[in-house]
Write a protein that binds this ligand. Sequence first.
Ligand code: NAD
Length: 366
Amino acid sequence: MTFKIAVLPGDGIGPEIIDQAVNVIGAVAARFSIALELNSALVGGIAYDATGHPLPDETLELCRNSDAVLLGAVGGPKWDSVQPASLRPEVGALLPLRRELGLFANLRPATLFRALSAVSSLRSDIVGDGLDLLVVRELTGGIYFGQPKGRSADGLTATDTCVYSKSEIERIAVVGFEAALKRGKKLCSVDKANVLETSRFWREVVIEVSSRYPQVELSHMLVDNCAMQLVRNPKQFDVIVTENMFGDILSDEASMLTGSLGMLPSASLGSTPTAGGAGTFGLYEPIHGSAPDIAGKNIANPLATILSCALLFRHSLGAEDAAVVIESAVTSVLNAGYRTADIAGNADVPLGTVEMGNKVLEALLA
Ligand code: NAD
């Protein structure tokens, strides 16, 4: 059985960090005898320059015919004023990729490695010896997609509509419960049920789904309280499940607790099984953008992308052992004191992108 992986480096630091991630994928696949076929394609500004569209048909087709997609990042100042705006990389590539590939569940683990406690934005007595929480965000429904939306004819009113169907809530709740089952067995569902009808419905459906998961302790929290609790006492959370807009905001907040954007991976999952039923089709990417300010300088941190490969092995290829090996390699490199500039603090001499990638490879092969 050969798994197909679409590799989309994109813009800015995308190609640099993807190079390191591809090396790691190759080493881990060889170690575990996993047969892979990697195919690269254009996406983002570079695709717009070459073809006139940030998501060319061939790229979308390649993704559709793959078991997983590994994405670098898209966008940059060069394409910020492209007209029409629908052809800008973020709008014309990222959102259609999610929609067209049916990627409804966004998993963002926020892990503060013990070795990096000093670079968290929270005090050491709050983060202690590290943090490990997971935000599960609904990605294709809610106020970002609901209709009607737009401006009134007189230009004096604007409307967005928040809509959730029972099936949309059910399927993301299942992802949340399943994730909690494999972790600390605690799920916190975040909503605004004191004000919003969609949130009251969300809560009802999550409670209904919870009857299938008696092993998981379910709690509910209002989103404003959750935003506060994340900085007051983040260790109380195991898995958070929430709707699209709340998840967008809370997952960015959670990510900053861990020190650097350059450390955080993400997975966006659909419901299509991958080859041989090994896992679920998904798109994997670091949570950061294309970082045009540091592109081409060999200083970007490749670890978020490398950790995204661990999620790819876990969720799409069903290879938990390979995922754990990648995560352990990153942990041991950090424990050994190796740092890129974004996580270096003042005391250390930072490694470049390539050198950090090589350290992870060495740890993998050790
Ligand atoms: P950004 O995440 O690209 O960068 C924010 C800051 O973090 C910058 O100072 C950058 O140098 C630093 N940074 C980011 N990744 C890093 C890494 N791996 N190592 C070290 N430092 C890192 O966000 P931005 O500057 O707001 O956006 C730049 C471009 O990326 C924009 O065009 C934006 O639209 C796009 N963007 C794309 C995605 C995506 O492709 N998923 C996500 C966010 C932003």
